[in-house]
Design a protein around this ligand. Structure first.
Ligand code: SF4
Ligand code: SF4
Length: 315
């Protein structure tokens, strides 16, 4: 019997489609990488002309500060939303130029935000695979090579290990700063159906604490937040002043809200007050439903066939 690799190779040989440029082999950091990108390559800027770049929360902090924008302004101008998983966990990608696929930061000389470019740009042509085994509580970093025909950097003679390349590109710092968030995503994925479909409010909190940091800061300062959570004054001062500290706090906050990992002290009576607020909200929704019951039930049905309001469904 042929082994898996042999059968895979034979299948790939006859396949009527182009091979995926991400070679499906998990590599460790000491694997060799023959590659160099520089202005002299004939494909200069080719990769930045056709982008599909997922942003991490730390990427957004670096870019918005580089550009002198608030997180809201940055998200509006430079990103598009997407869903990370089937539960609709929100993610953001870099938005290309209007009517094209090129990065908005691409200029003739290369990247106009080079010192603060996103993690994915630092890694290319390596893909970062963050995996967690079922018996482990931390993620492991593995890598895969991306060998696109349009990238001639692979034909350069320079060879280094993947770890050397990561260090050279400043990716190690980005990995460390993004670690908490990566683990949160992995935990969410591995929690699977036990956690169930998250309600809209938890997606909104996830988006705010992950990507819209300036809005999250306003939330942390707000009266309603401080009625619930007991944040020491010195810590609050750091959260107000320091984006990276606030990002790390957002990670703790999301773990507390989504997975009940208690690391932020709640004020006495805050839980009971929250239950009372939820009960009052549920009662209000029930009362509104009762008050409009006739109208809501009638809205479920279309007008008779041929009458205005008939959608043709037959109800
Ligand atoms: S951020 Fe810079 S490196 Fe990344 S795609 Fe845009 S121009 Fe290229
Ligand atoms: S396609 Fe490859 S070699 Fe060409 S500019 Fe991009 S990363 Fe460099």
């Amino acid at each position: 019997m042929q082994d898996y690799d042999e059968r895979f190779k034979n299948l790939a040989k006859d396949a009527p489609f182009e091979a995926n440029p991400v070679i499906p082999t998990m590599l460790e950091g000491d694997a060799p990488l023959q590659f160099r990108c520089h202005r002299g390559v004939k494909c200069w800027n080719a990769c930045c002309s056709n982008i599909d770049i997922t942003l991490t929360p730390y990427d957004i902090v670096r870019l918005k500060n580089h550009l002198g924008l608030s997180s809201g302004e940055f998200l509006q101008k430079y990103t598009v939303p997407y869903e990370i998983d089937k539960d609709g966990t929100p993610g953001v990608k870099l938005r290309s130029v209007d009517g094209g696929s090129a990065c908005q930061f691409m200029v003739e000389e290369g990247c106009s935000v080079y010192g603060d470019r996103p993690t994915a740009c630092r890694y290319y042509p390596v893909a970062l695979l963050s995996v967690r085994r079922s018996d482990e509580y931390v993620d492991r970093l593995s890598f895969a090579k991306v060998t696109e025909k349009t990238c001639f950097g692979h034909q350069e003679p320079d060879t280094q290990t993947i770890d050397e390349y990561r260090a050279d590109q400043g990716a190690v710092e980005y990995d460390e700063k993004g670690r908490g968030w990566r683990q949160l995503i992995l935990k969410k994925k591995s929690a699977g159906p036990a956690v169930g479909k998250p309600p809209m409010i938890s997606k909104q909190l996830f988006f705010m604490a992950s990507y819209d940091l300036d809005r999250f800061r306003a939330f942390v300062i707000s009266e309603s937040f401080n009625k619930t959570y007991d944040i020491p004054v010195a810590e609050m001062a750091e959260l107000i002043a320091d984006d990276e500290k606030l990002l790390a706090f957002g990670d703790r906050f999301l773990r507390q809200v989504l997975f009940n990992e208690q690391s932020i002290t709640e004020k006495d009576g805050a839980y009971e007050a929250r239950v009372e607020r939820l009960k009052a909200k549920a009662e209000q929704i029930r009362a509104e439903f009762e008050a409009n019951r006739d109208q809501i039930e009638n809205e479920k049905y279309c007008a008779p066939p041929g009458q205005p309001g008939d959608c043709g469904c037959g109800d």
